[in-house]
Design a protein around this ligand. Structure first.
Ligand code: FES
Ligand SMILES: [Fe+2]
Length: 424
């Protein structure tokens, strides 16, 4: 159980808060690169800051304050130029570093005054990687943007799914260290949602949590598995500080502010060997709804079920009222690591999982339970006969648009649908 003060300290992310300062030491995915094939600017809100993301006419991305420092107009209505973003109210222009490079009337009326040298706009570095746009909002120099190995896996159909959830990000991230919820929330509850009362799925017998350089793994043995199973020998990866890697997809929990988070999923579906080589030029991005047309939470897909749990814990979960048990050892590890990291950055040190050496930042391997399957692939026939459900159906989130399903069908060349886990 936490004190109210610890709860606040762990959850709140505004500028100047201990967790806000800690999370600002990492790169965060904030949008999909392919979104900018059809737009030039996009308003975003990250860690309580209102910003605008843009792609300039040279193809470079930038992230700056939503409000122009002249008279506060909305920079999301700005005009992109070859080197930056120009406010559409009076034409002031800013580059990706936040320098004011033009003030059309001031430059004409009093060119010697160089008033523009006295004006800047808040700006943060942005990079494109793996089809995502990543922002770094902390002190410079920025660390390396992690290059996780799955981002360069070959022969996969990739898609990015973004959803906005009305709850604090930490509830999402604590789910990255929670093995037992699979048995109940995904296996047993899905059965109940299907109208069945049993039999329930295999019980967990033993769990473990192990630290690695970039997070912790959780490992488990269920009634139907033993100590040779990769879920025990390798486990699933909690990726520091606010993500999870399941073996075939990443889930990032990015704070929009204290009471809202953005779930950013990056999914890889290995195409059958018969469909190789498969090269995907652009990674589609889609936005997943969380409520149905009646206004009820969607519970048919794996991550939608998780969302319902996190939202149900409250806008900011009141951890003073919890009763943690043996199943929650990972939650304790995570919270203690965050509190230690807050102290470390106060002393000028880097927190856990910061990469500064470009030489090691090349396709960094992560604990990956399905690595062989992804590397070698399966034939279409093998997948049809006994492949995992996620190779035949997008089970993770509700709402995959028809055009993305079509792309997936074309890539996979075997039957694909996007019905949920509950319909399994
Ligand atoms: S408000 Fe932006 S240029 Fe005037
Ligand atoms: Fe889950």
């Amino acid at each position: 159980m936490l004190s109210a003060e610890q709860n606040e300290k762990l959850a709140r992310v505004g500028p100047g808060t201990p967790m806000g300062e800690l999370l600002r030491r990492y790169w965060h995915p904030i949008a999909g690169e392919s979104e900018f094939e059809t737009r030039a600017t996009k308003p975003v809100r990250i860690m309580g800051e209102n910003l605008v993301l843009y792609k300039d006419l040279s193809g470079n991305f930038g992230l700056m304050d939503r409000h122009c420092p002249h008279r506060r107009a909305d920079m999301a209505c700005g005009m992109v130029e070859p080197d930056g973003l120009r406010c559409s109210y009076h034409g002031w222009m800013f580059n990706a570093q936040g320098a004011c490079t033009e003030q059309p009337f001031e430059d004409t009326a009093n060119p010697q005054g160089r008033y523009k040298d006295k004006v800047t706009i808040k700006a943060y570095p942005v990079r494109a990687h793996a089809g995502l746009l990543w922002a770094y909002m902390g002190p410079l120099p920025a660390p390396e943007l992690p290059d996780w190995e799955p981002f360069s896996w070959k022969n996969g159909f990739r898609q990015i799914v973004i959803s906005e959830l009305p709850c604090n990000w930490l509830q999402g991230q604590e789910n990255s260290m929670d093995p037992i919820h699979f048995e109940w929330m995904h296996a047993n509850w899905s059965k109940r949602l299907r109208g069945e009362t049993g039999p329930y799925g295999p019980k967990h017998l033993k769990i473990d949590f192990r630290e690695y350089d970039y997070g912790f793994t959780y490992n488990r043995i269920r009634e139907d598995t033993d100590e040779t199973n990769p879920l025990w020998t390798i486990g699933r990866a909690c990726l520091w500080p606010n993500a999870m890697f399941t073996g075939d997809h990443f889930e990032y929990r990015v704070p929009i502010d204290d009471e809202t988070m953005m779930s950013v999923g990056w999914f890889f579906t290995r195409v059958p060997r018969d469909a190789e080589p498969y090269v995907q030029e652009s990674i589609p991005v889609w936005y997943g709804p969380i409520k149905d047309e009646r206004g009820e939470w969607i519970t048919s897909h794996v991550m939608n079920q998780d969302f319902v749990a996190w939202i149900g814990q409250g806008t900011i979960s009141d951890r003073t009222q919890e009763h943690l048990g043996l199943s929650d050892k990972g939650i304790g590890l995570m919270r203690r690591q965050f509190l230690r990291d807050m102290e470390r950055i106060k002393g000028g040190e880097d927190p856990k999982a910061i990469i500064r050496d470009p030489a090691i930042n090349k396709a960094i391997p992560l604990p990956t339970i399905h690595r062989d399957a992804v590397m070698e692939g399966m034939t279409a026939e093998e997948i049809e006969a006994g492949g995992a459900l996620h190779l035949k159906r997008f089970i993770f989130q509700y709402g995959q648009p028809a055009h993305v399903l079509k792309m997936q069908q074309e890539a996979m060349r075997i039957s694909q649908d996007n019905k949920g886990y509950v319909d399994a």
